[in-house]
Design a protein around this ligand. Structure first.
Ligand code: PAN
Ligand code: ZN
Length: 185
């Protein structure tokens, strides 16, 4: 090995976000979550421009490449719409059988999972929690704490995202705050 074989990594993660040439950043404001929460009256009273979450994703290969991997870090703010916690949109993968890892980095939350028969269950998220999301399982995350929830994810580059199914039918159950306790209703 000589000096010309030593490279700087193509992406780095610091301060809970990714940076590098092939990193794509996106932000979701409350207006983009219209219809996601049950309490429309409470939704209407909130500032629609507020950022609910942002994601930085390292995509070293083009989308839809078979055999590649992506990695993303999501920061989800604390808050509620009525008694329902702020959460990500949630999706199935477009290539339905593609799996994914999520892992907790900072803060507290719940990973909400739903299978094709609309059975719903949740896993607690905390710094160090590791979650294997099998293929064909819809996934979304709720921040049940009082601070930012940061989690990382890695998924196959040909997984794609099907948001439409969740936008149309939602999840079969909702994670709500009942007397300070996250409860699946
Ligand atoms: C994650 C999610 C990210 C944002 O990287 O895309 O947490 O959630 P939504 O995509 O549901 O808005 C992932 O699951 N990728 O496949
Ligand atoms: Zn996913």
């Amino acid at each position: 090995m000589n000096g010309s074989d030593i490279f700087f990594p193509k992406a780095i993660f610091t301060n809970h976000s990714l940076s590098g040439e092939k990193v794509i950043k996106s932000t979701r404001i409350l207006a983009e979550l219209e219809g996601v929460f049950q309490d429309q009256k409470a939704f209407d009273l909130l500032d629609k421009q507020q950022v609910i979450y942002y994601v930085s994703s390292y995509m070293p290969v083009p989308e839809n490449t078979t055999g590649g991997l992506f990695m993303g870090i999501t920061t989800l703010y604390p808050g509620k719409v009525g008694n329902e916690y702020f959460m990500t949109k949630g999706h199935f993968h477009a290539t339905t059988d593609r799996a994914e890892f999520y892992w907790g980095v900072e803060g507290e939350g719940m990973l909400i999972l739903m299978d094709a028969e609309r059975n719903v269950w949740v896993e607690r998220m905390f710094p160090g929690s590791l979650h294997y999301i099998p293929g064909k399982i819809a996934h979304r995350v709720a921040n049940t704490g009082h601070q930012k929830l940061v989690f990382a994810a890695s998924w196959p580059s040909d997984a794609g995202h099907d948001y439409e199914t969740i936008a149309a039918n939602g999840f079969a159950r909702r994670l709500v705050d009942i007397n300070g306790i996250p409860t699946l209703s």
